[in-house]
Design a binder for this molecule. Structure first.
Ligand code: NAD
Length: 358
């Protein structure tokens, strides 16, 4: 990688500490001098939100959270925030909850404190996403970058192992895709490599001991690094594919990323020697595909898109939507035929190796 680049580091405060979320939140609300706090948490996350917001007396609790942030859901939450003169948003939950807070911030400029409970990483990016009539739109805006992120691994203990694995592999996808994304540079590559290391240590530890904090902390640290790398490097081929599968075909976000990743890696790796050797080194293997597949095997990772309702009949439509979005910087040329092959293999869960010599 050439040392001739422009890198932007996003500014936000990160507070990390297991069991410290309530204390950190109360201190941040005070520091930001917020008087009218809206806490956003889905009904599944509300027990966690109750626990950690006990010291801050929110004026509004919002639990209408829908995956991929439909515009109607965003509008309702914005109206409520405006009607209640909210001056601080606190999101407690996964990427869907953070995404709703971002949609409110985008329209109102109200700052966000994000308290993530999955490994999605949205809390560390200035990227927003919303869905309107089965089309997902994303954008970049400084207003949606949370001013503070509070990481507390204890809040992720209730995330079931299969969701933890899928979510952690979503973070892994941020790292790997960052290495050939349009604004890849030596700084975000270094963050991505450390993210791969942290996730490949943390996720197996969660699988072995779901109630232990050590693996959860490591995975959360890796998830943060992955998101910082992704926010800086931008969306590569993998994210463009998953974004369409989620927005147009309503596939579950984390599982889709976890499923598609080995196929994009197998396809791109032969044309991206530097990224490949970084990925392999981070996994501690000679070959990057071997490293990812070994980890997926240990974790019992999601297998095929058809397990989530996507069928071979939808591949043609998906290819037409994805193809124009593939970044020109992708290391390997992507055409209709190769993209169809990548999606077909991911749909049925074939061995990704078939894409190496395509
Ligand atoms: P999610 O937020 O939809 O959460 C998945 C499920 O897990 C939900 O039912 C949720 O209630 C539950 N859950 C969350 N935390 C839990 C916990 N600790 N214990 C038990 N259950 C818990 O899924 P996600 O994968 O975290 O986020 C996906 C969304 O985030 C997508 O819409 C995606 O586009 C967005 N995202 C955005 C960015 C960005 O930079 N803008 C980055 C990553 C993801």
């Amino acid at each position: 990688m050439t040392l001739d680049f422009e890198h932007v580091t996003l500014g936000q405060r990160v507070l990390f500490g297991s069991g410290k979320a309530a204390e950190h939140l109360a201190a941040e609300v005070l520091r930001l001098d917020a008087g009218r706090v809206m806490v956003i948490a889905s009904e599944f996350e509300s027990a966690i939100a109750d626990r950690i917001s006990a010291q801050i007396s929110p004026v509004l609790r919002w639990n209408e959270v829908v995956m991929h942030v439909p515009v109607e859901t965003a509008q309702k939450a914005r109206n409520a925030a405006t009607a209640n003169n909210i001056d601080l948003l606190v999101s407690v939950g996964g990427g869907s909850t953070t995404g709703l807070a971002k949609a409110v911030a985008l329209a109102t400029g109200i700052p966000i404190i994000a308290i993530p409970t999955t490994y999605a990483g949205s809390e560390a990016t200035n990227v927003w996403g919303m869905t309107d009539a089965a089309r997902k739109t994303t954008g970049v805006d400084e207003r949606v970058l949370p001013v503070t992120v509070i990481y507390d691994a204890a809040l992720t203990l209730s995330l079931p192992v299969d969701l933890s694995v899928a979510s952690g592999l979503n973070a892994m996808a941020h790292c790997i895709d960052s290495l050939w994304a349009p604004s890849a540079d030596p700084i975000n590559a270094a963050l991505a490599a450390e993210g791969i290391r942290a996730l490949s240590q943390g996720l197996p530890a969660i699988k072995i001991d779901p109630n232990g904090l050590a693996g959860r902390e490591r995975a959360l640290y890796g998830a943060y690094l992955s998101a910082v790398a992704f926010a800086s490097a931008g969306s590569g081929m993998h994210h463009k594919i998953c974004h369409v599968l989620g927005g147009t075909f309503n596939l579950p976000h984390a599982q889709t990323h976890a499923t598609v990743l080995p196929y994009v890696l197998a396809f791109n790796a032969p044309a991206a020697p530097e990224a490949s050797s970084r990925i392999a080194a981070a996994f501690g293997t000679v070959d990057p595909n071997e490293g990812l597949q070994k980890l997926r095997g240990v974790l019992g990772a999601p297998r095929a898109l058809e397990d989530y309702g996507f069928t071979v009949h939808s591949i043609r439509e998906a290819v037409e939507v994805v193809l124009p979005q593939i970044p020109a910087t992708n290391p390997r040329r992507v055409d209709r035929e190769s993209l169809t092959a990548v999606l077909a293999a991911a749909t049925t869960g074939e061995d990704p190796k078939i894409l190496i010599d395509l």
